[in-house]
Design a protein around this ligand. Structure first.
Ligand code: ATP
Length: 443
């Protein structure tokens, strides 16, 4: 079954039932635009973030990681243009009071919620930054914002990285963290939410080298899509047209994904010129120019920036949507998650064939402990018949299951110290030596 045929409802329902993602504040009736990740969702997200950090930071020699504060001096958001310009056009329905993004309406004369004609008011701009107050005073001077993107935290540390590490161009900074946007109409599960996570890079280059770096990051983003198991055919590039780009951007590519609700932006890659460092330099009055060791003072210049920006939540949704598969196994229909082993929350499940045979349980526990010790995400399950246990693991996308049976213990001497290893996608089992387990699982 392809992604397009999978409905969002099926994914939402599986995500809640099996502990990936729950509605935010559910016992209070929920809270629009927020979701809580459960144990399997956390594991999946961590795997995505760790793989991103490896591919975008630690596998390279030119990247510097940071973890900046979410609350920043509000001047940083004035400099970046977010205070004056981070606006979406909003319309309100006079009848049902629903609020919608004017640029998302299919028919501007009909309310998408109550269906009435001619009830939508004029479009008004609406700043998407969440405001709060810092300290005990309540006046305007205490206003601070929850960051709408992680990028700002990197630009304000540009000079710190230069001073501590003296990097040569090109080099980049990377950050993973929460971002907040007061979306007018949060929707489509974790696709458009008010609190989400971003994985961002600001890569600093000499102006003449921007195209080379842009293409390099474009390649890395495709490699990442492949590494997390997104089907190539479902990922598309959209070259953002001149009039639609931010004014400072000379080139932007949206990476789009075929979600169950249509082709939508998954990630972005932008050439932001020297806009950000220049703006922060002007507003902060701190010189954010760059001079390489040994170069003359008059060679100082403002580096240009390439920015790959990836949303964690939209990535998780793309993974779940493309992994959701319905097939027939043993004459029965089954739905399962065809997750790549690189990001599956559980890499392998370990079962004693029977729960009430202490010698089977002891051997299974021993193998389970050894897998955990080797750093493999393993789960122990002795509940219910083996068929049911397989199905439960299939549904959460566990690539392999290991079963310890009487042969393992030597009932059939030929099979002593072997286990069965079951493949999620084919349902087929093979008998392998316990000593082969770790290499088989890629550890
Ligand atoms: P959109 O046009 O869909 O609102 P955007 O172009 O404003 O998105 P960017 O500002 O480029 O998004 O943000 C970078 C990335 O952050 C996006 O590609 C997406 O993965 C993620 N992202 C942005 N807004 C949200 C949101 N409200 N919920 C979840 N992820 C988001």
């Amino acid at each position: 079954m392809s992604t397009k045929e999978t409905s969002l409802e099926e994914i939402v329902s599986l995500a809640k039932r099996r502990g990936f993602v729950y509605p935010g504040s559910e016992i209070y009736g929920g809270f629009a635009g927020t979701f809580d990740y459960g144990p399997l969702g956390v594991a999946l997200k961590n795997n995505v973030k760790n793989l991103w950090w490896k591919m975008f930071v630690t596998d390279r020699e030119d990247m510097y990681g940071v973890d900046a504060a979410i609350l920043m001096n509000p001047k940083a958001w004035e400099a970046s243009g977010h205070v004056s310009g981070f606006n979406d056009p909003m319309v309100e329905c006079k009848n049902c009071k629903g609020r919608f993004r004017a640029d998302h309406l299919e028919d501007a004369s009909v309310c998408p919620s109550c269906g009435k004609k001619g009830t939508l008011g004029e479009a008004r701009t609406f700043n998407m930054m969440f405001k709060t107050k810092a300290g005990a005073t309540d006046d305007e001077s205490a206003t601070v914002y929850l960051r709408p993107e992680t990028a700002g935290g990197m630009f304000v540390n540009f000079k710190n990285i230069i001073d501590s590490f003296h990097p040569k161009l090109p080099f980049g900074m990377a950050q993973i963290g929460k971002a907040f946007r007061n979306e007018i109409a949060p929707r489509d599960f974790v696709f458009r939410v008010r609190e989400f996570e971003q994985m961002e890079v600001e890569y600093f280059v000499r102006p003449a080298d921007w195209e080379k770096s842009f293409e390099e990051w474009q390649g890395t983003m495709h490699a990442f899509a492949e590494a997390i198991g997104l089907p190539k055919a479902a990922v598309h590039e959209l070259e953002v047209a001149d009039g639609d780009r931010a004014h400072y951007s000379k080139r932007t590519i949206d990476f789009e994904f075929d979600y169950p609700f249509g082709r939508k932006e998954l990630w972005g890659l932008a050439y932001r010129t020297d806009f950000d460092l220049k703006a922060h330099s002007e507003t902060s009055k701190v010189d954010l120019n760059y001079l390489e060791d040994g170069e003359k003072a008059e060679d100082r210049f403002t580096p240009h920036v390439i920015e790959p920006s990836l949303g964690v939540d939209r990535t998780v949704l793309a993974i779940l949507a493309s992994a959701y598969t319905v097939d027939e196994l043993g004459g029965e229909e089954r739905s399962y998650l065809k997750l790549s082993p690189s990001i599956a929350p559980v890499r392998v499940a370990v079962f004693p064939l029977l729960k009430n045979k202490p010698e089977l349980v002891a051997k299974a526990r021993e193998i389970y402990a050894a897998l955990k010790k080797a750093g493999i995400a393993a789960m122990f399950d002795d509940n219910g018949n083996i068929g049911k246990r397989y199905r439960r693991q299939d549904e959460i996308g566990t690539p392999h299951c290991v079963t310890i049976d009487f042969d393992t213990l030597g009932e059939n001497p030929e099979h002593k110290d072997t286990v069965t290893l079951r493949d999620r996608d084919t349902g087929e089992q093979e008998r392998i030596a316990i000593s082969e387990l770790l290499p088989k699982l890629g550890a």
